[in-house]
Ligand binder design. Structure first.
Ligand SMILES: Nc1nc2c(ncn2[C@@H]2O[C@H](COP(=O)(O)OP(=O)(O)OP(=O)(O)O)[C@@H](O)[C@H]2O)c(=O)[nH]1
Ligand SMILES: [Mg+2]
Length: 608
């Protein structure tokens, strides 16, 4: 059978997963009466809720007499490391570009990877149905992008399709015909080369990892040579050729639409998933016992950010979740590493705490959110950026990101000011249409923690923020942290409306009347720079009965809602986020005010 392997790559939200929906539908991969959700490939709960793809996934469909394996990739920069590996597994790439937004930072990142591995991409200008679509200008921008990335003549000569994944059509011109996806299928079959297969025994490079509750570890990859059957003996080699394990394949799974089918045999060129090897992972070669050399594999990107996960030891610990002991947390984290190659977990020096390192704030927040839904309680520290130290010179360097911000002209001043305070350099500023400016910065990752929320409030929610890893550069020096202090509860109990009302001029509150609080818990933001201990339990002295009744009538400003991501961005080094299935609370690491004083004095003494 004829075969094609393609990946779909793009900036976040440019429509990759929606495109896969239409391809599956129009190729007849769904049964007549099958009910299929939108963005069907985004199958896990958090993907559905957030409307983004988190994990790359493969599928396959039949178009006439050709089987097309398609890999949908995540567009968010935190998951970008995976895209490069996936491009090594396919022979073609569909580069999707939003017809209104044009090429964005992650477009640049994924295109540069595709060009580097030698693919000849097909460019798909998607969302031409948008009222603000400007397809011809966007094609020019894509061309400039390819040229700037040193594309070869052949790569620059990319074929272009225009269309709307949402409406289900692709065509050679922006105006249509608006009929079907057939032009895209035909172009893939014409333009993408059939897979190159090599001589020799069975070899496959692990490319996507997942943990399956029934089958255990499943590794997906493209078979480079030979063939594989269930029960076959194989071994696993790492990148350097060291033997990881010897074992048997328990199942060979082929992708069929949204489902997977156990098959009897698969051979070179095809993309399949293999179960039965408990230690095999991404960048390992799974091969026949006689194979001596591993397939070339790209090293894993190192993590850039880490957080400390601790047991929850607040006075409210264990009241809202049942998974609280460090043993269950350790087991859960170990299981996570099974299916998530971008995470690294180490037991930290402190008792009952773990260092969890990953590729970005979103990735770590998603892990915490998942655990909280499973019934875990945790306390989590502020994210720390991981530095690199040059072994020869001892010089410290830190990750720098390219940040692109589209903003209304009137807000550009505040954006530039805030980012320069965070040690970012403005590298480009140009009009992007409709009284908006596109600002491009090189900013240390360190300075970007928590910035996105601030940006949205500075620009009344109108700015569009994008970031992508740029390079490691010498440490930029100290970056001032949060400028406000916090309001800290002096005692345990339930907050009272009257007390909250009395504290309103101190700063915005994070709790509402009736919220259970404890000593050392953060209940609000203090507009001054210092922390302030406050009593939120104090009701009004009851001088007469009429006044007592008035408490209900106190008109409170609604509190700031702290989501997990907001809370992680907000806290300082001496604070923690307490996460339970029901609540997100902020607290001082040291709950006792005397202990905090002592610690502060100690730190001051060290500074002198
Ligand atoms: N107007 C319009 N909207 C579209 C089109 N294609 C996708 N969208 C919308 O764009 C949003 C993002 O679509 P997705 O398919 O999830 O985008 P994605 O590229 O897979 O996003 P990530 O996986 O998170 O990178 C959704 O709200 C879609 O409905 C299109 O052709 N026209
Ligand atoms: Mg997607």
């Amino acid at each position: 059978m004829k075969l094609r392997n393609v990946a779909i790559i793009a900036h976040v939200d440019h429509g990759k997963t929606t495109l896969v929906d239409r391809l599956l539908q129009q190729s007849g991969a769904f049964r007549e009466n099958q009910r299929v959700a939108e963005r069907a490939m985004d199958s896990n709960e958090l993907e559905r809720e957030r409307g983004i793809t988190i994990l790359a996934k493969a599928t396959s469909l039949l178009w006439q007499d050709t089987r097309i394996n398609i890999v949908d990739t995540p567009g968010h920069a935190d998951f970008g490391g995976e895209v490069e590996r996936i491009l090594n597994m396919v022979d073609g790439a569909l580069v999707l570009v939003d017809a209104a937004e044009g090429p964005m930072p992650q477009t640049k990142f994924v295109v540069s990877k595709a060009l580097k591995v030698g693919l000849k991409p097909i460019v798909v200008i998607n969302k031409v149905d948008r009222s603000d679509a400007r397809p011809s200008a966007v094609v020019n921008e894509v061309f400039d992008l390819f040229a700037a990335l040193d594309a070869t003549e052949e790569q620059l000569d990319f074929p272009i399709l225009y269309g709307s994944s949402k409406e289900g059509w692709m065509a050679g011109k922006p105006g249509g015909p608006k009929e079907s996806m057939a032009p895209l299928f035909d172009l893939v079959i014409r333009h993408v080369a059939p897979p190159v297969v090599e001589e020799g025994s069975f070899r496959m490079l692990g490319t996507i990892l997942e943990a399956n509750p029934y089958l255990g570890r499943i590794v997906t990859g493209r078979i480079t040579s030979g063939s594989v059957k269930p029960n076959q003996s194989v071994k696993v080699l790492d990148r350097k050729g060291r033997l990881i394990e010897e074992g048997r394949v328990s199942k060979v799974l082929a992708f069929r639409g949204l489902e997977r089918q156990a098959i009897e045999e698969s051979s070179a060129g095809d993309i399949v998933a293999i179960a039965g090897l408990p230690n095999a992972t991404v960048s390992h070669t799974i091969c026949a016992p006689e194979v001596a050399m591993p397939l070339p594999a790209q090293p894993m990107d190192p993590p850039t950010l880490s957080m400390t996960f601790r047991i929850n030891d607040s006075p409210l610990a264990g009241t809202e979740g049942e998974k609280v002991q460090s043993r269950v947390i350790r087991e859960r984290l170990a299981r996570e590493v099974e299916g998530n190659v971008a995470l690294k977990i180490t037991e930290s020096g402190e008792k009952d705490s773990f260092e969890v390192a990953g590729r970005g704030e979103l990735q770590l927040a998603i892990l915490i959110e998942t655990m909280r839904r499973e019934g875990f309680e945790l306390s989590v520290s502020r994210p720390k950026v991981l530095f690199e130290r040059d072994e020869a010179t001892g010089e410290l360097s830190e990750p720098i990101e390219e940040v692109t911000i589209d903003v209304d002209e009137e807000f550009s001043g505040i954006v530039v000011q805030k980012l320069s305070e965070r040690r970012a350099e403005l590298v480009e500023m140009r009009p992007s249409g409709g009284h908006r400016l596109r600002l491009v910065f090189h900013a240390p990752t360190r300075g970007l923690i928590g910035y996105q929320g601030e940006l949205l409030s500075d620009t009344r929610g109108t700015a569009v923020f994008n970031r992508v890893f740029h390079a490691y550069a010498p440490h930029k020096g100290e970056i001032p942290g949060r400028r406000t202090g916090v309001l800290i509860s002096t005692s345990d109990g339930d907050a009272v409306a009257y007390a909250l009302w009395n504290l309103e001029d101190r700063g915005p509150m994070m709790i509402e009347p009736g919220t259970r609080v404890y000593q050392g818990m953060i209940v609000g933001e203090h507009t001054r720079g210092n922390d302030l201990e406050v009593n939120v339990l104090k009701g009004k002295k009851l001088t007469n009965i009429r006044a007592a009744g008035k408490d209900d009538a106190v008109l409170l400003t609604p509190p700031i809602r702290m989501t997990l991501e907001k809370a992680l961005a907000f806290i300082d080094d001496d604070e923690l986020v307490e996460v339970t299935p029901k609540s997100i609370r902020l607290r001082k690491s040291l709950l006792d005010p005397h202990a905090r004083k002592k610690e502060e004095r100690k730190r001051e003494a060290e500074r002198v």
